[in-house]
Design a protein around this ligand. Structure first.
Ligand code: BG6
Length: 468
């Protein structure tokens, strides 16, 4: 882990939701597994007034609440010692100067310059201000023999224009190799396994094209709704920006990208970007015919959601892939809240032979598994054909619980070791916005009506696939 230099992780938004639910538990897992640098400090930077002790107590509460982590007191105590707190307002330059001074003090205590990982666990609307302050102070300046990296969460920008602007500001401080844009779906084991599964098994890869495949469906359907504490940050974003622009398109990229030949970060990121770039932005006509947006009944009662909100909590988009390998293959992207069931999966359907179709299904939820649907003779005297399943459960029973933080564990470790494979490149971000922007614009202009649907009902049965 980068020579002998110590490392400081600076968390902006240290008392927020993301730190509580993902970062603190994931770091703890890594600490318990001895995967973090030995010389490490985690500095929380947030508005709330806290002492180091109070912050450590807060972190302790989070770790204890996370019941599936087994730990002994010694591990927990040593983990808590990593945490320090620096109070600060993200919009006040003096607070950044104080932070800078504090980081220098830590370095002086070590007698060494430190690597720095700046983690922006804050709503994206705050990014720009934080970037500006980081660049107007010297906090993120290069120091010989150490690295500086920045981690940002999705959505990166609000549309193509704002994403480009953020890149421009970030580019003044950090090079692309230093920027880690998180899409936590890329950190999910089962999705990483798509690449392993596809490119290590000759059996499938040769049929993985438009000659044999008819459609690819991606569903991220959730039974939960928007909690009261999320109304204000969700409402300006909506489902398509929240999960469509990132998680769903990344899943589409993973099932359709070309073989990277080697599993290097550069090659994999390039191939993901290349396939997303082949998605042609829809015309207004296509948007009207092939996109659907809905909102569940009761969403407007969520705290801080206006009672006239036009924000979609559900969407379904159908289209056709355009790259030479996939030309003519239809795709479906669907996601929503308060739907009948929790169903997160990718379904690859093969063209029919003799009236029968095969499917390969990559499921994240309700269980992580890969299923191949095939046809076989029914046991017995007659030649009757029936559908059967090859079912491969990805995780054994006792390993199920860890999945939620496992993605963050992997991503945090990769930030620290400098592996960008599972992080979204600027080319990918831009290509994703290029496809999504026109749809959002048309929706904002009400070119596609918003359908209010009952909770636990799927609204969009009215939309049909592009072909077949
Ligand atoms: C997040 C979205 O990125 O992904 C949430 O902001 C969504 O709205 C979540 O619920 C789904 O992630 P997971 O890991 O629970 O499938």
């Amino acid at each position: 882990m980068s020579g002998q230099n110590p490392t400081i992780i600076i968390i902006f938004g240290a008392t927020g939701d993301l730190t509580a639910k993902k970062i603190a538990p994931a770091l703890f897992h890594l600490w318990a597994k001895n995967r973090l640098p030995q010389k490490l400090k985690v500095v929380g930077f947030s508005r709330r007034a806290l002492t180091d002790e109070k912050f450590q107590e807060y972190i302790q509460g989070l770790v204890k609440k996370d019941s599936h982590i087994k730990f002994n007191k010694k591990t927990l105590d040593s983990y808590l010692q990593l945490f320090n707190y620096q109070q600060g307002d993200f919009s006040v330059k003096e607070d950044y100067l104080m932070l800078e001074e504090y980081l220098e003090k830590l370095e002086n205590d070590w007698g060494q310059k430190a690597n720095k990982l700046f983690y922006l666990a804050v709503p994206p609307t705050l990014y720009e201000g934080i970037f500006e302050h980081l660049s107007s102070t010297k906090i993120a300046r290069e120091q010989k023999g150490t690295w500086n990296r920045i981690v940002v969460e999705k959505p990166f920008g609000n549309d193509l224009k704002t994403a480009e602007k953020l890149d421009e500001i970030l580019g003044k401080l950090f090079s692309e190799e230093q920027i880690y844009r998180i899409d936590h779906y890329l950190g999910k084991d089962l999705l990483q396994n798509i690449i392993a599964f596809r490119f290590s098994n000759n059996l499938l890869e040769h049929s993985w094209n438009n000659k044999l495949i008819e459609s690819i469906e991606i569903h991220l359907n959730e039974s939960s709704g928007i909690d009261d504490d999320r109304g204000d940050s969700y409402d300006p974003v909506g489902a398509l920006r929240d999960v469509g622009q990132n998680h769903l398109l990344q899943m589409l990229a993973l099932v359709t990208m070309d073989n990277p030949m080697n599993f290097s970060a550069k090659q994999i990121r390039q191939n993901r970007a290349k396939i997303i770039e082949t998605l042609k932005p829809f015309t207004l006509q296509e948007i009207k015919k092939q996109t659907f947006r809905g909102q569940y009944e009761g969403y407007r009662k969520v705290k801080n959601v206006p009672d006239y909100s036009q924000t979609e909590t559900y969407f379904k988009i159908t289209g056709e892939l355009k790259s030479p390998r996939w030309k003519g293959v239809s795709f479906v992207l669907e996601s929503g809240k308060k739907l009948p069931s929790q169903r997160k999966e990718i379904i690859v359907t093969f063209k029919q032979t003799g009236g029968r179709k095969n499917k390969v299904v990559f499921s994240l939820e309700p269980r992580e598994k890969i299923t191949i649907l095939f046809w076989a003779k029914k046991p017995g005297l007659d030649m009757e054909i029936e559908e059967r399943e090859f079912d491969f459960s990805y995780r054994r029973e006792h390993e199920q619980d860890g999945e939620q933080t496992a993605a963050y564990e992997k991503l945090l470790l990769d930030c620290l070791t400098g592996d960008q494979t599972l992080f979204v490149s600027t080319e990918e971000v831009r290509a994703m916005w290029r496809f999504i922007d026109p749809i959002i614009r048309a929706w904002q202009e009400d070119k596609v009506p918003l359908e209010i649907h009952k909770q636990r009902e799927t609204p969009a049965n009215k939309i049909t696939r592009v072909r077949r």
